[in-house]
Every structure is written in structure tokens, then in C-alpha cells.
Design a protein around this ligand. Structure first.
Ligand code: DQA
Length: 146
């Protein structure tokens, strides 16, 4: 069975109440439930993890590698824009990874337009709200479909 982990970075635990005009009204729990339903239809085994701490996200990426996970979907939050350490963890483990963002990072403040993580990912999906995660899951499903 294909195993994928969805990682969410800092402040994404506040979804639902955090700047709803930008990030929407849905909570992370709601997003998780929806993705678990979609994963079940693809027969994908899904793990879900959120942390506000850079090192904990890195530990999870290492763990995913040790445990033989097939793919990662990551919303690194603000770490997107400056975490060389998360970038290095993804390139070190070489797990196919898709970077996702709820908001369109290319249509906001200038500092958000640059991702230091996207170059080591197989793709980036930005600005579709919760559907960014669904699109990433679909893309990984297609990639691993035999
Ligand atoms: C975000 C965009 C980032 O710039 C921001 O720091 C976030 C959320 C998004 O999902 O749109 O925390 O990754």
C-alpha cells in the first residue's frame, strides 16, 4: 500500500480562525478528515502531522524515510521562505514531495513569492485553498498508480 504523510508547519493549527479572508474557514481537523476520505478512495495510507517547530518537522521527514513512506505533501507555512534545513531534509531523503499553500504565495507580499523548498520538490501547488492538498494527493496517487 502507498503511504503518504501530510506535514503542516507553523500556525496552521490555527486554521479556521486565522485570517479567514486569506486562509478560509476550514479547520485543520476538517482538512484532515476530507483528505483521509479521499486517500481511502485511492487506497492510500495517510499520515497527518502538524508542528510549529522546524526541528520536529525535520524529524518527521527523517522518520518517513526510515519507515519507507512513498511521498510527502508539505505546507511549510512561513518556513517555506527561509528554512534551508527543511529543504535539506527533503533532498537528503529524496522522498517525492509536493509543496502546497492555501493562499497564492505569488500574489501576496514579496517575501512570500520565494520558496527555498520548492526546488527540491516535484511540484508546488499554491492558491487553491484546501483543494491544493487534494490536488497534491491526486498527483501522488497518479504517480504511484501501477
Ligand atoms: C502558507 C503561506 C505562507 O506564506 C504563510 O506563512 C503560511 C501559510 C499558505 O498555506 O498559504 O503560514 O503556507
Amino acid at each position: 500500500m502507498i503511504r503518504i504523510i501530510i506535514l503542516n508547519g507553523p500556525n496552521l493549527n490555527l486554521l479556521g480562525t486565522r485570517e479567514p479572508g486569506i486562509y478560509g474557514n476550514q479547520t485543520l481537523q476538517f482538512i484532515q478528515k476530507r483528505l483521509e476520505e479521499e486517500a481511502a478512495t485511492y487506497r492510500i495510507d495517510l499520515d497527518f502531522y502538524q508542528s510549529n517547530h522546524e526541528g520536529k518537522l525535520i524529524d518527521k521527514i527523517h522518520e518517513a524515510y526510515k519507515n519507507g513512506f512513498n511521498g510527502i505533501i508539505i505546507n511549510p507555512g512561513a518556513f517555506t521562505h527561509y528554512s534551508y534545513a527543511i529543504r535539506d531534509a527533503i533532498s537528503a531523503t529524496n522522498i517525492p514531495t509536493i509543496e502546497v499553500h492555501l493562499s497564492n504565495i505569488h500574489a501576496r507580499e514579496e517575501f512570500r513569492a520565494k520558496s527555498v523548498i520548492a526546488p527540491v520538490c516535484i511540484g508546488q501547488i499554491s492558491g487553491l485553498g484546501v483543494d491544493a492538498y487534494s490536488a497534491a494527493l491526486f498527483a501522488l496517487h497518479r504517480r504511484f498508480q501501477s
